[in-house]
Design a protein around this ligand. Structure first.
Ligand code: 4AD
Ligand code: MG
Length: 481
């Protein structure tokens, strides 16, 4: 007999004579009530076992974590908390779970403990909900861009380019690391490596994406990216997923409009498709915050926060205005920031970004027109900027509780300006000659941005550590599973 998903059983409107459900036991109460979950929904279905007619050996094997198959009648439930339940006529244990050994017991586990058991944590309510929301959000990403006629481009994962010029790359090699071939100068001979050159895992698909935008008009990428930055924070992963749209003929304003519209669409999509999971995550967050002092608790519930983003425009503020605000802010004057803002040109730390979003503007903020020397080489130099105070057409979107969620820019479309910039910071023109072809042949204004997918999932689920919104996190010192 084919089993029916718990989600569909719970949505039934009538009694059904014979149904079969398969799933994992969450709890077993009074030798009678199984709370069964199969991952199709946050909700369990109650299965009432006829314990008087079930052998003791079977009853003993109905333990938390065991896989079972139950057949019976779906009837309106007399108990509170569920609409329908299964009166079990036949129960099979598919796979036992030793209650002495199964780590996911029905009690509150710390997030740290759950991270160490990432292969089993998905069997908890919270992680089931997070992973379903993550899945729906990734579909929403495709849905948004496909509806708008963007072309999905898969950019290479192994590449020779350092798109961000930040040097935070994982090297890819098939050379024997204990016996490296050397050239005449005594340097490692990468000509003997697999690709005949030095290669690394991609930090961004942007440069390849730009070449496609300059032919297909509007493109987006959605793939894994890798950064060997030694940032042990709650917002950094060494392997994360990024969405990078790139649009020919868009200037920075159009780029900001696109980013804002996109973020609002995917959040709305998740709210429409995952109401129960989000409701659960909202109460999880309320619960978690009860242990915090009043001042550190959020002013809004999770769903209020999500609605707020849908209903309010993001505040657009230039870097220069932001520096003025930060310089005059109380934490700056009282030296409460770890990095005190004295001068124009300072790079913003996450404490500053969060001050702007959470304390000053109290809404998502788009900062634009950053100093040229704190941003990547490919960004469009602003016309009419003072020498020594050059700015680029960059934009970062800052979110409450998250900090930077999007980084993007209008690209430098002028070949001579771009080449000069690359020379000044020591990027090999020959290595990126293919990229410069976009500027040699039919160059045009174009813009794009990158959204860190896990940071979006963090925001939507109300989780606070990025390690809890990706199935198997990779961070410095951790590549378990
Ligand atoms: O600001 P970033 O470095 O920008 C780029 O990579 C550009 N090539 C994007 C573009 O214009 N096409 O990264 C973009 C976003 C950040 O805003 C952040 O959300 C996320 O990627 N991100 C990370 N997420 C998790 N862990 C990390 N280590 C991240 N580094 C960046
Ligand atoms: Mg950035």
């Amino acid at each position: 007999m084919k089993h029916t998903k718990v989600k569909d059983l719970l949505a039934s409107t009538t009694t059904l004579q014979e149904v079969n459900a398969k799933g994992w036991v969450r709890t077993f109460r009074n030798n009678q009530f199984i709370a069964l979950n199969d991952g199709s929904t946050i909700n369990n279905i109650q299965c009432v076992v006829d314990f008087e007619n079930t052998p003791d050996e079977i009853l003993k094997r109905i333990t938390t974590g065991a896989a079972v198959s139950v057949t019976g009648t779906l009837v309106p439930s007399k108990g509170a908390g569920q609409s329908f339940e299964i009166q079990v006529s036949k129960l099979d244990i598919l796979g036992d779970s030793d209650p002495e050994k199964f780590p996911m017991q029905p009690k509150k586990h710390s997030l740290e403990f759950l991270r160490e058991n990432a292969h089993l944590r998905v069997r908890t309510n919270a992680f089931g909900a997070i992973m379903r929301v993550r899945s729906v959000l990734s579909f929403a990403v495709h849905s948004y861009f496909q509806e708008k006629g963007f072309v999905y481009v898969t950019t290479p994962i192994i590449t020779g380019a350092d798109a961000e010029g930040a040097g935070e790359m994982f090297q890819v090699t098939s050379l024997p690391i204990d016996n490296l071939p050397k050239n005449e100068e005594g340097e490692i001979d990468y000509k003997k490596d697999f690709f005949g050159k030095h290669t690394n895992l991609t930090v961004s698909g942007q440069l390849e994406g730009e070449t496609f935008a300059m032919a297909l008009g509007q493109i987006y990428t959605f793939g894994p990216t890798f950064r060997a930055e030694n940032s042990n924070t709650s917002r950094h992963l060494a392997e994360f997923w990024m969405i990078e749209p790139e649009v020919a003929f868009n200037d920075l304003d159009a780029n900001m409009d696109l980013a804002e519209d996109f973020i609002q669409y995917v959040i709305k999509y998740a709210m429409d498709k995952c109401p129960e999971d989000l409701k659960f995550l909202e109460s999880r967050l309320l619960d978690e915050e009860k242990s915090k002092p009043q001042a550190e608790r959020s002013e809004m519930t999770l769903l209020e926060k999500l609605n707020f983003v849908l209903e309010n425009n993001f505040k657009r503020v230039s870097y220069t205005e932001a520096i003025d605000i930060l310089r005059d802010s109380t934490p700056n004057k009282k030296k409460k920031f770890n990095y005190i803002i004295n001068e124009w040109g300072a790079d913003l730390q996450s404490e500053h970004e969060r001050y702007l979003v959470e304390k000053h503007f109290k809404c998502p903020v788009i900062l634009f027109d950053y100093p040229a020397n704190i941003k990547a080489f490919y960004m469009r130099l602003n016309d009419n900027t003072e020498p020594g105070k050059e700015t680029v057409r960059a934009m970062d979107i800052l979110f409450p509780g998250i900090g930077e969620i999007v980084g993007g820019s209008q690209r430098e479309e002028r070949l001579d300006v771009l080449v000069e910039k690359m020379k000044a910071i020591g990027i090999d023109e020959k290595e990126l000659s293919w990229y410069l072809d976009t500027r040699r042949f039919g160059s045009a204004v174009h813009s794009g941005f990158g959204l860190g997918f896990e940071r979006l999932v963090l925001f939507v689920t109300g989780m606070t550590n990025i390690r809890d919104v990706i199935p198997f996190p990779r961070t410095p010192g951790n590549a378990e599973f």
